[in-house]
Design a protein around this ligand. Structure first.
Ligand code: CAA
Length: 259
């Protein structure tokens, strides 16, 4: 188990919970925070007891963006050499276990980008999403122009990236950025319930489903269909697939063995 300065990392049954813990700075994402997120993903991904990972903040902020105070003195070459893009959450997107962002309050700039790196977002009714980098004379740097555009389309992505305005939870749900909106006091309960449900599924099947959906963002329809077909066929090599179908026919619960 690692010691974390900026995170609280817990295990609740089969769910790994990563909580950003810089409340005085609205969970601003410093290089150190990103490094710790990568370490936490490494730790939880290597833990066979964990089947799903939840990333969250606190009631006021999921994260209000990259740490502006840390970035302010940096030059082009500082940022180029540091490769902010790779440090900034790449490890979240390479995680093979399903990931959910539970967002309450501000998810701005790098915070919105970090949430979008997860497989899906559950938002509280207090959530506010935005890419306000333009107001600082810069632009999104870890996926805001790309993942946001794929998630909500050009018109709204342009609106958010060019005006820097925030979008509330209802607008984010209408736009397709979040999968569901729940009352603020139910956010963790609902998210953990969803995560536990996912963790109870066949892990290899979940990894294949995640892989196939993610491929839709990377490739053409025909290539994506081909990947889906191959992965679907591959599930027929899983004991869990044989057991899942047998259990359905025999009207009994399936015993999932993750193989
Ligand atoms: N970086 C560093 N510190 C931050 C921060 C950030 N992104 N966001 C908030 N803080 C700090 C504030 O400076 C303040 O610290 P002090 O108490 O020391 O002054 C503390 O957190 C509380 O913030 P506020 O007093 O501003 O709280 P508020 O409720 O009045 O406003 C807010 C909340 C609207 C979210 C406002 O804090 C804000 O606009 N934050 C910046 C949002 C932003 O521009 N994010 C994009 C960053 S750039 C980026 O993310 C690049 C990228 O793509 C990777």
């Amino acid at each position: 188990m690692n010691n974390y300065e900026y995170l609280i990392v817990e295990r609740q049954a089969a769910v790994g919970l990563i909580r950003l813990n810089r409340p005085k700075m609205l969970n601003a994402l410093s290089f150190g925070v990103f490094r710790e997120i990568a370490t936490a993903i490494d730790e939880l991904e290597a833990d066979d007891a964990i089947g799903c990972i939840v990333l969250t903040g606190n009631e006021k902020a999921f994260a209000a963006g990259a740490d502006i105070k840390e970035m302010q003195p940096k030059t082009f070459i500082d940022m180029f050499n540091a490769d902010f893009h790779t440090i900034g959450g790449n490890r979240v997107t390479t995680c093979r276990k399903p990931t959910i962002a539970a967002v309450s309050g501000y998810a701005l700039g790098g915070g919105c980008e970090l949430a979008m790196m997860c497989d899906f977002i559950i938002a509280s009714d207090t959530a506010k999403f935005g890419q306000p980098e333009i107001t600082l004379g810069t632009i999104p740097g870890i996926g805001g122009t790309q993942r946001l555009t794929r998630a909500i389309g050009k018109a709204k992505a342009m609106d958010l990236c060019l005006t820097g305005r925030m979008m509330d939870a209802a607008e984010a749900e209408r736009a397709g950025l979040v999968s569901r909106v729940v009352p603020a006091d139910k956010l963790m309960e609902e998210t953990m319930a969803a995560a536990e449900k996912i963790a109870a599924m066949s892990r290899p099947a979940a990894a294949m489903a995640k892989d196939a959906v993610n491929r839709a963002f990377e490739t053409t329809l025909s290539e994506g269909m081909s990947v889906e077909r191959d992965l679907f066929h591959a599930t027929f090599a899983l004991e869990d697939r044989a057991e899942g179908m047998a259990a359905f026919i025999e009207k009994r619960p399936a015993t999932i063995r993750n193989r």
